[in-house]
Design a binder for this molecule. Structure first.
Ligand SMILES: [Zn+2]
Length: 468
């Protein structure tokens, strides 16, 4: 395939730009040509450049430069290398690209692509081939994504809506244009107006339910109050437009709402103080819906109060059957839980039981490993015996040694466990709850019902009742 070593290798280069954007992002013909020329010079090859510019042609047949390049390869049959900066410079179509690869292979042309790092100097032929196909597949995926993006960008530039779902208050007419929906747009207007009167999202949710018989969750109300489409502005990755959505809200009203929102946020120091996770963070279970409870703090009159609450329940509008508000003052519940833990830990019976349970869990894994080692050791000894490498006496001796070693390992394991238990005691309250307590359930009267440890097989409250 390679021509004689004494002759200077002949390379062709190919560069292409299709859009102004590419030219400005460092894909310019000049920069491509310079990089290609650099490689040819470095390796002492003759170079002839081909290029295409400013063509939107997705297919190669429309490109003069690449057609000349193909002719050059087919007719002269003396080209050793084709250098490009990136595979997609040749074609943005995977099928065409593979056809080109086949043409290169037939004519003994080695492809060097700088971006995909295809280069016969760094890889063996087999590797290079596999790499090319891998690169083509990768390329195909990125092109599909690129085409989707281009399609969306195009759609957006033509003033068409990209998303299939419109914000609350709008609908598509028969021409697929965005129109104001009378009934729901009234709700939107009501929300903006009432928010400015000082109502919170939850209150608004209730009011909307009463006035319009419409279910809107507080979190969605917040989104509505922040959506610029209601004043006719759309901002996407593809740019900004003001002609897609007819306005429902006046610009001043929208601006006032944003100002009030910011002000409300700033009034509460919550966002400025780094929120420390509370002791029972992620451990408490709501007695109503069984979801894990969140923790939060409220501020009023400059004081902050920590509490746990069911975020699932409060996210429904108040009239909804699923709505429930369940809160626990952090200080109260934390005191109850730590008291329970403390009393039970004082019990000697419990201490014995607990240590045993921990030992059992911790040693289970180690036992498996030790046993496996034991088995392989023994297999080896028996194999040596079968092969005649050991006498009966030696066999007995070796087996005794492994037994002693196992006994020693068991003693070491006990020492390790004591160390583990020691460090376990050093965990402190937060560490204990984080690591050992899996969940805490409470009843509706805010009493601790269970404190489950590990995978839930150990309930401290239950144990307390039995032991004390
Ligand atoms: Zn709940």
């Amino acid at each position: 395939m390679k021509k004689g070593n004494n002759v200077r290798k002949r390379a062709v280069g190919y560069a292409r730009v299709s859009t102004i954007r590419q030219a400005s992002q460092g894909f310019s013909l000049l920069s491509q040509s310079q990089r290609i020329a650099g490689i040819a010079q470095e390796r002492g090859w003759d170079l002839k450049m081909f290029q295409d510019e400013g063509l939107s042609g997705y297919h190669m047949s429309n490109r003069q430069g690449i057609q000349s390049l193909i002719t050059e390869i087919k007719c002269t049959k003396q080209i050793d290398y084709l250098i490009i900066t990136k595979l997609d410079r040749l074609s943005r179509n995977a099928k065409e690209l593979l056809q080109l690869m086949e043409l290169f292979r037939k004519n003994g042309v080695t492809l060097i692509s700088l971006t995909e790092q295809l280069d016969d100097l760094t890889t063996s032929m087999g590797m290079a081939q596999a790499q090319i196909y891998g690169a083509v597949a990768e390329f195909e995926r990125s092109i599909i994504q690129e085409n989707v993006r281009l399609g969306l960008a195009n759609k957006f530039q033509q003033g068409r809506v990209i998303s299939s779902q419109l914000p609350y208050g709008y609908f598509f007419n028969e021409q697929h244009k965005v129109q104001i929906e009378t009934a729901t747009s009234e709700v939107v207007k009501f929300l903006y107006k009432t928010y400015l009167e000082g109502k919170g999202y939850r209150k608004l949710s209730t009011l909307v339910r009463e006035k319009f018989n419409t279910k809107l969750r507080p979190v969605n109300i917040k989104k509505i109050l922040m959506n610029q489409r209601y004043i006719g502005i759309v901002k996407t990755n593809y740019g900004k437009r003001q002609d897609m959505y007819p306005t429902i809200i006046e610009k001043q009203t929208f601006a006032d709402v944003q100002t009030l929102m910011t002000k409300k946020r700033q009034n509460c120091p919550r966002r400025r103080i780094k929120k420390e996770p509370q002791l029972l963070h992620g451990k408490l279970v709501c007695p109503v819906c069984k979801h894990h409870m969140s923790d939060n703090r409220v501020c009023s009159n400059g004081k902050t109060y920590n509490y746990y609450y069911c975020s699932v329940g409060t996210n429904y509008p108040r009239q909804d059957k699923a709505y429930h508000s369940y809160r626990l003052k952090s200080t109260d519940i934390e005191r109850k839980v730590t008291e329970t833990i403390r009393t039970i830990f004082k019990s000697e019976v419990f201490q014995g039981l607990f240590v045993k349970a921990v030992v059992r869990q911790l040693s289970a894994k180690k036992k498996v490993k030790a046993y496996e080692k034991h088995v392989t050791d023994r297999k080896q000894i028996f194999m040596q015996f079968e092969n005649g490498e050991l006498t009966v006496e030696q066999l007995k001796e070796r087996l005794t040694i492994t037994n002693d070693r196992d006994a020693l390992r068991n003693r070491q394991r006990k020492v390790n466990l004591n160390m583990i238990l020691g460090s376990f005691l050093k965990l402190g309250q937060q560490g204990f709850v984080d690591l050992i307590v899996s969940s805490i359930t409470v009843d509706k009267r805010k009493n601790v019902k269970s404190i489950l440890l590990g995978k839930g097989e150990f309930d401290l409250v239950h144990l307390q009742k039995e032991l004390l």
